[in-house]
Design a protein around this ligand. Sequence first.
Ligand code: BDR
Ligand code: CA
Length: 313
Amino acid sequence: MTRIIIDTDPGQDDAVTILLALASPEIELLGITTVAGNVSLGHTTENALKTLELAGRTEIPVHPGADRPLRRAPIDASHVHGRTGFEGVELPAPRLRAREEPADSFLVRTLMENPPGSITLCCIGPLTNIALALQREPRIAERIERIVTMIGAWSELGNITPCAEFNAAADPDAAALVFASGVPIVVVPLDVTHQLHTSRARMERLRALPGGIGAVVADWFAFEKRFEAEKFGTDGGPLHDPNTVLWLLRPDLYGGRKVNVMFETESALTAGMSVIDWWGVTDRPRNALVLRDVDADGVYAELTERLGRLERP
Ligand code: BDR
Ligand code: CA
């Protein structure tokens, strides 16, 4: 059993990641922490609550976190995800409420109360909450089993600026702090996600699933992926965040290399750029396993089969 906390800014693809975790008995989801990113913290928190209600898993706590990056002006990706982050399918207003304890406090408390190495953090938004938790209690660095995060890019460079991926660009200082913490990290960069197009055929298979969740996911992706499908002229857009949970479930679907990863925090032109030493040209510590290769059909088969296990209550 892998015990995880998902730190997230839903966003359609974040919500699919939560659903995938809930569909997987190998994973115990201890809680969800929310952060401003794709849209404002109010929307990301509400969307996390809606996602739990959609799956009928309202016992899982949602803890709101940072409403802005550590030290710079907020950016968002509402041009991709829509004003609420859930355009494509607007779910009913949640009856479930978020917990009062803020994300950084929940992260610290949960990690300090549990045995070292027993909790994985799945981070699929800007890393602000994790940075705040590490600042609040640096000893959590030795207790986190690993961080699996969708962030950065090696050869694909950027999707929100010419050379920065969104989660890194939204809070470069948090990314730099987390990657310097010594916690073992697995990185899903754009190099992987850009090989995973949400093609028409794949979306039709999702839509045909019994239980009603596949149709929601297909409609969400139809909206979210229109932006990058148009940008790249491809049949569908990239599949980002679900790869974090999929890697935990099926690491055999991915290949990568343990290398040094750092983030640019000074230059205004390249803020948030991931500097990935793929060829080992420095002697900096190998602080992350960076994924690059992926079995695209295997990923969609696994995702589709698992989402088919869920039913709308
Ligand atoms: C990342 O940015 C967000 O828009 C997605 O949810 C994903 O986490 C991709 O760059
Ligand atoms: Ca995200």
